[in-house]
Design a protein around this ligand. Structure first.
Ligand code: CP3
Length: 335
């Protein structure tokens, strides 16, 4: 929280995107008990348990609510499912379907997630920040239009060119319900929230402005007008040079950086405020020198300014839990 307010701390606070997940044997155990992935997300008892697992094991400075960005389309009755080996799937939406969508009842439907947030804030020690999150409108829209993940989000890009009005309606609806949902997470006890725009990097210049910046700016303005103390991290993966103006145009307190962001450029971005990132998750899989050198480079370039140490994207199931231990100790200067 102090870094989000602009302080530089040494060592920097750290957490990892997807820190609760399949690389942990204890996660796989709870996941098997819970049944489906969405059952895990909607059962506070289990969702609290998996959120806490990486905190117990590593003592990260922040816990991130265990849920998924696709609970919003699930609340919009898009029949979201996670089948083993397929990734997420849902009923794809078209122009007519978008016309029929409304934002009613979304936050009500997500009460079990808000109950998880309340229980987490009651359970976690005061010094552990609790992060809430949601997907950015563009990234959530890409899954809603294709009905599944794709390598380059071609279906959503094409839809946006062909049906600009319907697409605009979808983005603005998602922005408004997502802002309400983040306000509800903050009221339930989240100390700060992160907006994940994992697919920002496939957008052209003008589209980045209209589909990534504008809806996120609308969300942040809406949240801050209602909860002025809210602290918001915006992560636009693959945004590259566009990050130069992203913080200022969206109003985010901190910006997340993926591992392709050059560290000299990251240090420039840090002059305007806190940054979060940006170790390549594959360095955690590799371990050894690749891990040590990646960590040291980030600390050397960004360690003197406001930094939240993190990966440049989610940790992967192949990561060795022992390598994560090494990462934590090295960032904290213990090895
Ligand atoms: O960071 C955390 O620990 C909190 C939990 C979290 C999950 N998903 C749990 C999850 C968060 C913050 C997310 C965000 C999310 N979900 C994003 C944005 C960040 C990113 O990684 O780009 C996206 C695009 C999704 C959509 C999604 N959910 C995909 C594409 C998948 C399948 C890929 C995979 O790893 O299997 C998921 C499933 C998912 N979400 C899992 C977890 C732990 C794995 C499901 C399982 O246990 O089988």
């Amino acid at each position: 929280m102090r870094v989000l307010d602009g302080e530089s701390l040494s060592p920097p606070p750290l957490w990892l995107m997807r820190q609760a997940g399949r690389y942990l044997p204890e996660y796989r155990k709870t996941r098997a008990k819970a049944g489906s992935f969405l059952d895990l997300c909607y059962t506070p008892e289990y969702a609290v348990e998996v959120t806490l697992q990486p905190i117990r094991r590593y003592g990260f400075d922040a816990a991130i609510l265990f849920s998924d960005i696709l609970v919003i389309p699930d609340a919009m009755k898009r029949n979201v499912r996670f089948t083993e080996g397929h990734g997420p799937e849902m009923d794809p939406i078209d122009e007519t379907g978008i016309g029929r969508l409304d934002g009613e009842g979304i936050v009500d439907y997500l009460q079990p997630v808000l109950e998880t947030v309340r229980r987490l804030r009651d359970t976690l020690p005061d010094e552990t920040t609790l992060l809430g999150f949601c997907g950015a409108p563009w990234t959530v829209a890409t899954y809603m239009i294709a009905g599944h993940g794709t390598p380059d989000q071609a279906p959503a890009r094409l839809f946006a060119y062909k049906h600009p009005r319907a697409f605009e309606h979808l983005l603005m609806l998602l922005a408004d319900v997502s802002a309400d949902y983040l306000v509800a997470q903050i009221d339930a006890g989240a100390d700060a929230v992160q907006i994940f725009d994992s697919w920002a990097g496939v957008l052209g210049e003008k589209e980045f402005e209209s589909f990534a910046i504008r809806p996120v700016a609308r969300m942040i303005a809406s949240i801050k007008s209602r909860r002025p103390h809210a602290r918001i991290i915006a992560f636009a993966k693959g945004a590259g040079y566009q990050l130069k103006t992203y913080r200022q145009k969206t109003g985010a307190d901190a910006i997340g950086l993926d591992w392709s962001v050059p560290l000299a450029f990251a240090a420039e971005l840090q002059k305007d405020g806190p940054v979060q990132g940006n170790l390549d998750p594959m360095r955690v899989v590799a371990g050894g020198r690749a891990l040590d050198e990646g960590i040291d480079d980030i600390l050397q370039h960004l360690g003197n300014g406001p930094l939240i140490f993190n990966l440049g994207h989610g940790i992967t199931p192949q990561a060795d839990p022992e390598h994560v231990r090494v990462l934590v100790d090295r960032v904290r200067g213990l090895m």
